[in-house]
Design a protein around this ligand. Structure first.
Ligand code: NAP
Ligand code: GDD
Length: 410
């Protein structure tokens, strides 16, 4: 009886191995990527050297060790770098996180990764790489020629700053992607490359809403540099048969957004004003309209773009647009303050209706030499082809950011 059971188990085991081998052998990425939907698919357990996947075949669990995929994220210390690293680690990747050399204490420099609890994750390897330096880019692939995917997020990403740092912005945001593409072409053309393009490329918009086919009309040194990076990525794909693509992402924010960007500036100021730490916030053009989404949602689209059969550009957006003025009103409303507006242009003021105190002032120093007045994205291609859709609305995002600031300033 025991022997019969053993024989039966061995037969089922051999049958199982024969059946799953072609799946594993044919395309490892299909098996690994299936874990994108973590609630439905089998779990991926990451360890330093292997990722293990549990596959159920005919009710018999079989554990198979697969080598984990290795991804490189440039600009890992930034907002998107932190969310993307978290996402890829959850999917079982080993992450090579690159940052440019800093004199700052690294435990402070990686504050975003710390907040997410991943700065000491065993599957992150930190390396210095300045993307504006071609030899730095070559060296990183010399050391890690076996990365499967590169996400180029490194940038001088503050639009206003680019009007005073035109040359260095071009070096990082324009030449940076070129340096990486050329290093990849020479070291390992099989590496898949993601370039962080931007809705700023649409600038003075030629169409509403903006999609992958809307012509570009950049309105800042940042956007013109990004346009160079964008077209270099397309050019390398078309010239050298490389898997290189650009995500045209609209504004995306989070509680770990840089403090110079308007969403975080407003969220932080509202919390400080509510607590009596600050009296008022000074802003620039509050009638500019943006399509604001959540960074945690958007990094998932970056990953999906590198899992397709052909590399293509995708617009990533919510499809809704709001003024900065709306964002301010909504943020104050979250802490129970109703704002009334008085005056116009530079003299406009936001008044707290309960106390009649001025809590918002306009300061022309925050105006830009050229403004992008309206952005609203059409992400229907991403929804159709990637199955991606923004999950967090602008209203939810503002609440999330104000709540996070309220906790900070308690
Ligand atoms: P971020 O927070 O400003 O992060 C950018 C990162 O790039 C920072 O860690 C920065 O390091 C690093 N960096 C700057 N210069 C570098 C260099 N020469 N070499 C290597 N790294 C360098 O920006 P983000 O919001 O995460 O955005 C990520 C990417 O998406 C950027 O390329 C941005 O332009 C693009 N994008 C963002 C949005 C958005 O709404 N967030 C929308 C569209 C596109 P330091 O901290 O040392 O400066
Ligand atoms: N930063 C800032 N500070 N912006 C202000 C202020 C202020 O005090 N007052 C008004 N604004 C307006 C800006 O003029 C702009 O129209 C809008 O708020 C958004 O500004 P930012 O938050 O600085 O973002 P951005 O739209 O210029 O650029 C961001 O999004 C791009 C994608 O469209 C950055 O993340 C870019 O890197 C990204 O490419």
């Amino acid at each position: 009886m025991l022997n019969f059971q053993c024989l039966k188990f061995m037969c089922v085991f051999i049958f199982t191995c024969i059946n799953i081998w072609p799946i594993i052998g044919a395309d490892l990425s299909i098996v690994i990527n299936a874990s994108d939907d973590e609630t439905k698919m089998p779990p991926v357990v990451a360890s330093t050297n292997t990722a293990q996947k549990l596959i159920l075949v005919e009710s018999i669990p079989v554990s198979i060790s697969l080598p984990p995929k290795k991804a490189m994220i440039t600009g890992i210390a930034g907002q998107d770098g932190a969310y993307l690293a978290q996402h890829l680690l959850n999917l079982g990747y080993i992450v090579i996180g690159t940052y440019r050399r800093t004199s700052m204490d690294l435990s402070r420099y990686f504050w975003r990764l710390d907040k997410m609890g991943i700065s000491h994750h065993p599957n992150i390897i930190f390396k210095t790489c300045d993307v504006s330096d071609s030899s730095s880019c070559f060296n990183i692939f010399q050391e890690h020629p076996d990365v499967c995917e590169v996400y180029n997020l490194a940038a001088q990403s503050f639009v206003k700053e680019s009007f005073t740092t035109q040359t260095s912005t071009l070096d990082v945001d324009g030449k940076g992607p070129l340096n990486l593409l050329e290093a990849i072409r020479q070291k390992n053309k099989a590496i898949r490359f993601y370039q962080a393009s931007t809705s700023e490329l649409f600038g003075k918009v030629q169409e509403i809403p903006q999609s992958e086919t809307t012509p570009f009309y950049p309105r800042s040194p940042y956007a013109t540099a990004k346009q160079y990076g964008h077209w270099m990525t397309v050019l390398y794909r078309e010239s050298y048969d490389m898997y290189a693509c650009c995500g045209i992402l609209f504004n995306h924010e989070s509680p770990i957004r840089g403090e110079e960007f308007v969403s975080r500036k407003v969220a932080k100021a509202v919390a400080q004003i509510k607590k009596g730490i600050q009296e008022c916030v000074e802003l620039g053009n509050i009638d500019a309209k943006r399509d604001w989404g959540f960074s945690g949602d958007y990094v998932k689209a970056m990953h999906l773009m590198l899992q397709q059969s052909t590399p293509e550009e995708y617009v990533i957006a919510t499809g809704k647009t709001y003024t900065v003025r709306y964002m301010v009103e909504k943020a104050f409303a979250r802490v129970g303050m109703i704002i009334r507006w008085e005056g116009s242009e530079d003299q406009e003021r936001g008044i707290d209706t309960a106390t009649s105190k001025i809590v918002v002032k306009i300061n022309p120093k925050f105006y830009r030499p050229a403004e992008v007045d309206l952005l609203i994205g059409d992400a229907s291609k991403a929804e159709r082809e990637l199955g991606w859709k923004a999950e967090v609305s602008a209203d939810q995002l503002i609440d999330m950011m104000v709540d996070a600031e309220m906790e900070q300033t308690l």
